[in-house]
Write a protein that binds this ligand. Structure first.
Ligand SMILES: C[S@@+](CC[C@H](N)C(=O)[O-])C[C@H]1O[C@@H](n2cnc3c(N)ncnc32)[C@H](O)[C@@H]1O
Length: 522
């Protein structure tokens, strides 16, 4: 028996049919409202979309006014847009009558496209719609972080998937099409009610469980774990700030993140991947990854941290005060009190900044597999792959396929010493281009840069030998053969050329500039 309220299946089914009949999809709304209004909505500005939607009688426009834009509509418009479920809409908790005789939404319900098939997602109404700060038990809909994680997630099918801190269920729903079973946990029963509604609305089966982080899955292992956890580092000073369940799991500093990362080893099956978004405290500005690297080492898993930014304590406090609807204009005292509490909390632990980034953990399959479970090994025990890198700025497209390809390349490279790698015919990836810069009048390039069009959109400096070996990688020549050719042209020993490029070749294979034989698009 579930510990949370679920809505009657027949009525949810009627709603589902109405949403489909209305063509309530991202594409159709873009047609109706226009790309400018949609772009403004992305900046939390609803005025252009409201103006446009009010001129349109299409059912999808009426639904958008109600459930996304915070507008009120007439009962007749509701009856036309939701012919099957209008009568049950109040009982379903969708709509309420206003004193003025119009109808308003009680929840946010919008079409979502995460590249895994169109979804409908219900969640609490946001601040942009209500104009009010959200409540402490607010259940998030699709936020920027939700989309980032969904697009970062490896697209590989998995037998058993787990979404920790599922909220509206958005990650779990994105996984449901390609994973045989999807378990989703949350501490909030309100969140689980939304996740159950969203599962029914999207015809997905989710195994929903109430409880804190990994507690509800004690003793179980999964092939894919995702989490956009409540990672916000929050001061605990009495009365300084509300405790928002969607962003704060309690505890001091980044303790939740530490417990999660070090605990995941016990839950990842061989070959399994875990992907998280995280904040971590930076105590030493010279090594912003120190804490998260230590947690990764203790997880016993291969780990890859992509650091996206480090916020200074003031920026961090301001961001999260505003996120909770506290601004200096609205309530100067609450702003000052909260700001001071954050700075005090950071000062106590010597926090100089807060890192934000993406973490991918991987338990290699097969004989090289290492024991599960949290451990107390020092950072980087022998055989463990730990990569922490800063990747700032905009990134092209969904990253999931590139992450999956990197994990595959990482395991393949682990079994290849330099001689074995040099003897394989490599292929330069189709999205790689080369840029050369010359001093005026010079025949030789001063700077050569290899650019990656997809994946992480990396750019790598190359010398002429490396550029020549990459350029010769047509799927037939090996690096050793290409290096021999360069050696002839430059009157150098072939071994010296190969030695000068092989570490870079390894890196280029890892990052997808070069493909090993048998490479398959993820
Ligand atoms: C940032 S939201 C993520 C929601 C959703 N997964 C997404 O990607 O948009 C974090 C979720 O963690 C839940 N949460 C907070 N504390 C938790 C805990 N101790 N254990 C499990 N879930 C928790 C919140 O209720 C919220 O739904």
């Amino acid at each position: 028996m579930t510990a949370w309220r679920t809505r009657p299946t027949r009525q949810v089914q009627a709603l589902r049919e109405d949403l489909h009949a209305a063509r309530y999809t991202v594409d159709h709304l873009t047609e109706l409202l226009g790309p400018e209004a949609i772009a403004a909505m992305g900046r939390e500005q609803v005025v252009p979309a409201v103006r446009r939607a009010r001129t349109c009688t299409a059912p999808a426009a009426v639904l958008a006014r109600l459930f996304v834009l915070g507008d009120q509509v007439t009962p007749a418009e509701v009856a036309a847009a939701l012919p099957r479920c209008a009568e049950d809409a109040a009982e379903l908790g969708l709509l309420a009558a206003t004193p003025g005789g119009t109808v308003r939404a009680l929840l946010d319900l919008r079409p979502v496209d995460l590249g895994t098939g169109p979804l409908h997602l219900a969640a609490d109404l946001g601040e942009a719609t209500t104009g009010r700060a959200v409540q402490a038990d607010h259940v998030l809909g699709l936020g920027g972080a939700s989309r980032t994680l969904a697009e970062l997630t490896v697209p590989t099918p998995a037998a058993r998937a787990l979404d920790l801190g599922t909220g509206s269920g958005v990650q779990a729903l994105a996984l449901a099409g390609r994973c045989a079973t999807v378990t989703a946990t949350d501490i909030s029963t309100r969140a689980l009610e939304y996740a159950a509604l969203n599962a029914d609305l999207n015809g997905a089966r989710l195994d929903l469980r109430a409880g804190s982080m990994l507690e509800p899955v004690a003793g179980e292992t999964f092939d894919l774990i995702v989490s956009n956890p409540p990672f916000v580092i929050t001061p605990r000073a009495e009365g300084a700030l509300p405790a928002y369940t969607y962003r704060d799991a309690g505890g001091t500093g980044d303790a939740m993140a530490e417990a999660l990362v070090t605990g995941l080893g016990a839950h990842l099956a061989p070959g399994g991947v875990a992907q998280l978004l995280l904040n971590w405290e930076v105590h030493d500005v010279a090594d912003p990854f120190a804490r998260v690297r230590d947690w990764c080492a203790r997880s016993g898993l291969d780990a890859w941290v992509v650091g996206r930014e480090v916020a200074d304590p003031c920026e961090y406090a301001e961001t999260w005060l505003r996120d909770g609807g506290i601004t200096p204009d609205r309530d100067r005292q609450a702003w000052d009190r909260g700001y001071a509490a954050w700075l005090e909390d950071f000062q106590i632990r010597g926090v100089h900044g807060v890192g934000f980034g993406y973490l991918t953990l991987h338990r290699p399959a097969g004989p090289g597999d290492r024991p599960a479970g949290p451990g107390d090994r020092p950072a980087g025990p022998a055989g463990q792959w730990l990569r922490a890198e800063e990747v700032t700025g905009p990134l092209p497209g969904p990253l999931g396929p590139a992450v999956a390809a990197t994990l595959t390349a990482k395991d393949a490279l682990a079994g290849l010493d330099d001689a074995a790698l040099a003897a394989l015919p490599l292929t330069v990836a189709p999205d790689v281009t080369e840029e050369r810069h010359y001093r005026p009048g010079s025949a030789h390039p001063e700077v050569i840069v290899l650019h990656q069009g997809g994946g992480f959109g990396r750019s790598v400096r190359a010398d002429t030998a490396l550029a020549a070996v990459v350029g010769a990688s047509d799927g037939e020549l090996t690096p050793a053969q290409a290096a021999a050719g360069v050696a002839v042209l430059t009157d150098t020993a072939p071994e010296a050329v190969l030695e000068s490029v092989i570490a870079d070749i390894r890196g280029l294979v890892l990052d997808g500039f070069l493909h090993l034989p048998g490479y398959r698009e993820e």
